[in-house]
Design a protein around this ligand. Sequence first.
Ligand code: MG
Length: 234
Amino acid sequence: MPASTTRRSFLVLSGVGLGLAPALSALAQDDIDVPTVPPPKFATALFDGKDLSGWVSRSGGPAGWKVRGSYMEVVPGSGDIHTKRAFGDFQLHLEFWLPYLPEAKGQARANSGVYLQGRYEVQVLDSYGLESKDNDCGAIYKIAAPLVNACKKPQVWQKYDVAFRAPRFDAAGRLTEKARITVFHNSVMIHNNLELPDTTPGELDKQISKPGPILLQDHGNLVRYRNIWIIPVK
Ligand code: MG
């Protein structure tokens, strides 16, 4: 190789090393699974890869989804599943994986969802590369679009970390403070202490003064979840 070529290669490689090509490395991350996050000692495992014994269907029967290896997968048509336990304020972690559906458009593209207290849906969808709207991945469905689109590509493990603060009521039972939510998607903040004016479509109920479960949506696509844990906040 001539010396001039060697020098050019060196300059290009130096440029990468100096961070002159950050877009390239950031894009490459979109192809890489998030590392699984072990539950802290304070956490309660809601799904640790073993079975769905902590979960039921909407009617209270057995959860109809499949467990394969370390993850659970939607069985289309079997319906939503939710935890047996109900929660007030909490921190939630979960990891999800979306199938690649190149023929599908919009809401048909790897749809699922995580309903907090069974009432407020954080949308799960393949929205990679889109300008996010209030029904895209990371949106609080029809309430707020994510602040940024932090999606990875389909067929890659992603994660949500959620801080949820339940609504507050006075002694007479009047609502004094609405629910609030902060969400990180793949470690990026996508909702910052957002007030939730209402429940979202498909909610289990509208009894917002009561604790509620974590519900995962069957929207007909083979979405997977793994490593779900929660830290109830007193
Ligand atoms: Mg959904």
